[in-house]
Design a protein around this ligand. Sequence first.
Ligand code: ADP
Length: 512
Amino acid sequence: MVAMTATAEEEAMDTLTALSGSPTQPMGAYPGPTKLLIDGKWVDAASGKTFETRNPATGELLARVAEGDAEDIKRAVAAARRAFNGPWSRMKPNERQLLLLKLADIIDKNMEELALLDTLDMGGPLSRTRNNRQRALGMLRYYAGMATSVHGETINNSLPGDIFSYTLKEPVGVVGAIIPWNGPLTASIWKIGPALATGCTVVLKPAEEAPLTSLRLGELCLEAGVPPGVVNVVPGYGETAGAALSSHPDVDKVAFTGSHLTGQKIIQASAGNLKRVSLELGGKSPDIVFADADLDAAVSGASMAVFANSGQICSAGTRLFVERKVYDEFTEKVAAYGRNLKVGDGRDPEVQVGPLVSAEQLERVTGYLAVGQKEGAKALSGGARLTEGNMGKGYFVPPTVFANVRDDMRIAQEEIFGPVISAIPFTDVDEVIQRGNATTFGLGSGVWTRDVSKAHRLARAIRAGSVWVNCYQAMDPAVPFGGYKMSGYGRESGLQHVEEYLNVKAVWIKTA
Ligand code: ADP
């Protein structure tokens, strides 16, 4: 963790004390923003409605948040358009760069609070949300660098006479950003960062399950000096606010992260004005362990590829293919690893696995636990909701490893979005490539082997946007992330991410 100054640390701790309570003490009234951020002002929803957001570890009410719908989206898009047409998109690249760097510094100072907000609102343990510091700051500073790197090209054409051609890269315009609840801080930055770097403006719609961090981030954007209307934050439900944003005729691009079913709706909604769409959707990623791997490293790697964030990560390595000769030993070790993880209220810094985000997710995941058992899979660890003591008030599912899984079982095909591994044996390389690719998704994948030829072969053969060899879930702002097949299109992070927020204009100048 980066050291903070005594004052910043004290300030962060004051806020924390006010806001967090503890695993045994109820929290105080939430002091942060709960209204809509539109045009640099905090406003109520036009309908006057609010909705509750609760701590999934305890069921406690955290705050009532203004519930944006179509009317508020209309106001926010109008504000974003005005800001885009104003001086913002013509600001010099280095001015936007400085804003991004300033925002990074402000987030650095407030990171304890932001980590805690994620923990309170969506359940991810502090041991994880605090570790987002490097990722959050790294992204903002990367996009800051990109702000001064955007450029077109001079292109030789073959037309007769003196006619000169070059390209301009221009911001695409008003961006509707729709994010899920599984990592509110980093997901918000992943959308806002490239918009600020390129000169776009944003209407961010956080997930209804966890809107607080995005609102606080909006407040920090204002503190950093981001002009009014450049970043707007409108919490609300998917079917109302989300749908209004994705179908709005004056939105130029939608950047979406969420389920493939919603992704399909977004594409349909985008047809009205043919807005640009980028989609980061779900997955059912294969994680392939060969007998020649460093098996100890593979045990922890394969476990955390799914148990981290209670499995609520779209690229989680949930189909664990294990070479048959080590299958029994390896799956038992993964199950033991899971049993040893501390499950509980994420405010306890020792906790490694927090609750699922909501009662709805709990129902979905426990539904799959029942389906797995009914289909004949055997739970080597976990397998049922935890209800002892205070856990019954939250949505806790322990790390679960299913053995005896066949490819055609639903738990091997469908995205569960919980801490559930489906362990499947295999015997040879060709077979595992074919079976690993036999999914409609293609987001992440893992390969564990000491054989470099095998590693290269699988890296080419797997149809997925990321292949992690002898590691899992490595992420960096400079390295592109995204999907093949039904895991979506477009890339986030890396050079291509910024291109997604830019239009290319060809300019021809006849000089003679
Ligand atoms: P998850 O299963 O992770 O909740 P969703 O795709 O349902 O995934 O939600 C991701 C984001 O998409 C949330 O912000 C949600 O409000 C939003 N959303 C849900 N339905 C729609 C929709 N029809 N149009 C636009 N956004 C939606």
